[in-house]
Ligand binder design. Structure first.
Ligand SMILES: Nc1ncnc2c1ncn2[C@@H]1O[C@H](COP(=O)(O)OP(=O)(O)OP(=O)(O)O)[C@@H](O)[C@H]1O
Ligand SMILES: [Mg+2]
Length: 240
């Protein structure tokens, strides 16, 4: 069953010279409940813009997006959604515990202390619970962003480049944790990435997006069959 439906969505912005362009151009896709769905594309392809419209943070110029049967941005639906970005920034002087506690209050989570304790354990962050955000390593920051997005036990989790800037070994750990989130909680996960290996490892289905256009939606196996060398295919797409 589709939990997210994107139908004919476009979003235009103006560039620095004032010229209008399509960041997302007539995009349609449908995301099934419980799947890990990846939006793969090069820098500037429109991935974050598309996700921000699914979150209801940006309004499409054209088309519609429904999430759990409601228009994107619906308040009740928002409460069932988690979001984490690989370049998440929290205030430097807040501790891990403060940051997760804030999410617990913002979403009125019951048994907040227990939930936060579970997440600290799940992500191996207990040892840095009282460390300030500024003092965390890049990997710890990425895990904290994920933990933050999970405090309210979301039904849909949007992850915008969750392993951005991480060392390969930490990326692998974060990816394993993303898989475990789906396995343990059964959440639907929508992930953006420009790492083919990440998408290959994580995603049930992939949408390739380039210059605002969805080029193809397929299973990872299907994409691999069509394009045995994903890496090269991707390079070709970037060249356009
Ligand atoms: N608020 C905005 N105003 C003007 N242009 C914008 C705005 N937001 C994004 N853009 C532009 O729209 C295009 C798509 O941006 P978007 O952030 O969606 O790409 P992306 O695929 O997420 O890229 P990246 O991999 O770098 O995160 C880019 O050219 C970007 O510069
Ligand atoms: Mg982006």
């Amino acid at each position: 069953m589709a939990i997210i439906e994107v139908s004919g969505v476009s979003k235009r912005f103006r560039d620095a010279a004032g010229r209008g362009f399509y960041a997302v151009n007539d995009a349609s896709l449908s995301i099934n409940e419980g799947e890990i769905f990846a939006i793969l594309g090069p820098n500037g392809a429109g991935k974050s813009t598309l996700v921000n419209m699914m979150l209801g943070l940006l309004l499409p110029d054209k088309g519609t997006i429904s999430v759990m049967g409601e228009r994107a941005g619906n308040q009740e639906v928002m409460e069932k959604i988690g979001y984490a970005s690989g370049d998440e920034r929290f205030h430097w002087s807040l501790t891990c515990g403060d940051i997760l506690g804030f999410a617990g209050m913002a979403y009125t989570v019951n048994n907040r202390a227990r939930r936060i304790g579970e997440l600290l354990d799940f992500f191996g962050l207990r040892g840095v619970r009282d460390s300030k955000f500024d003092a965390l390593s890049t990997g710890e920051k990425a895990k904290l962003a994920l933990a933050y997005s999970l405090v309210a036990d979301p039904r849909i989790l949007f992850l915008d480049e969750p392993t951005l800037g991480l060392d390969p070994d930490i990326s692998i750990k974060v990816r394993k944790e993303i898989k475990a989130i789906r396995e343990r909680r059964g959440a639907t996960i929508v992930l953006t990435s420009h790492y083919m290996r990440e998408v290959e490892y994580l995603a049930d289905r992939v949408a390739f997006i380039n210059r605002g256009r969805i080029m193809e939606v397929s299973s990872v196996a299907g994409i691999r069959k069509h394009y045995p060398d994903l890496e090269n295919y991707f390079v070709e797409m970037v060249k356009g």
